[in-house]
Design a protein around this ligand. Structure first.
Ligand code: PRP
Ligand code: URA
Length: 209
């Protein structure tokens, strides 16, 4: 069964409060989304497999742990997910990056696909699917379905902010996918926006409104 991880670290909560504010500039918003992504990926990679290796320090030889070298892929949902990629790559610089282009039809709120490109060996990789917003859950569910249709099996979904509706949708449709969020807000409004939320993440990252 999918697990929901609400990452309520004080640094995350502080940064999230800054990007919620309507007066935060595009520059600041973009920088902080990236910082939040770094902090969240630190938590979301807690269970990466380790292996023991022998290392000679200047003082003695002993056994130590290092990452077992499991391959990772970061997959942002375009556009807004792009704002999280560099922050994650700061911690996991050798990860490959795929892209899933979806936008939400403003009338139906259904996701519309416009571009997808994944690493060839996606089936062998642990996948971190990222998008700042999990609202109705339509975009995340469609993206997970797409990843699975390309052989993806170990998928984690990492979103900064979620609505209860989106979490339920992903849990129901993809019970094998763990979800990592920094906060779960109250509800969706009649336009499918998270309340109180932070507005349109894509527009705020790219300055398009
Ligand atoms: C936003 C957001 C998610 C989606 C969430 O993208 O970044 O992808 O909405 O909504 P849902 O859970 O109801 O599907 P949007 O469609 O606005 O596209 P953009 O990133 O290009 O701005
Ligand atoms: N997409 C956004 O960018 N913000 C919301 O509140 C909901 C969907």
């Amino acid at each position: 069964m999918a697990e929901l991880h609400v990452l309520n670290h004080p640094l995350l909560q502080h940064k999230l409060s800054i990007i919620r504010c309507k007066d935060t500039t595009v520059k600041e918003f973009r920088e902080i989304v990236s910082e939040i992504a770094t902090l969240m990926s630190y938590e979301a990679t807690r269970d990466l497999p380790m292996e023991e290796v022998e290392i000679e320090t200047p003082v003695a030889t002993s056994k130590f742990k290092r990452l077992a070298g499991k391959k990772l892929a970061i997959v942002p949902i375009l556009r807004a997910g792009l704002g999280m990629v560099d922050g994650i790559l700061q911690l996991i610089p050798s990860a490959k990056v795929g892209h899933i282009g979806l936008y939400r039809d403003p009338e139906t709120l259904e996701p519309v696909e416009y571009y997808c490109k994944l690493p060839k060996d996606i089936a062998e990789r642990d996948i971190l699917l990222v998008d700042p917003m999990l609202a109705t859950g339509g975009s995340a569910t469609a993206a997970i379905k797409f990843l699975k249709s390309h052989g993806g099996t170990h998928i984690k979904l990492m979103c900064i902010l979620a609505a209860p509706e989106g979490i339920e949708r992903v849990k129901n449709d993809h019970p094998d996918v763990d979800i990592y969020v920094a906060a779960v807000d109250e509800r969706l409004n009649e336009h499918g926006y998270i309340v109180p939320g932070l507005g349109d993440a894509g527009d705020r990252i790219f300055g398009t409104k």
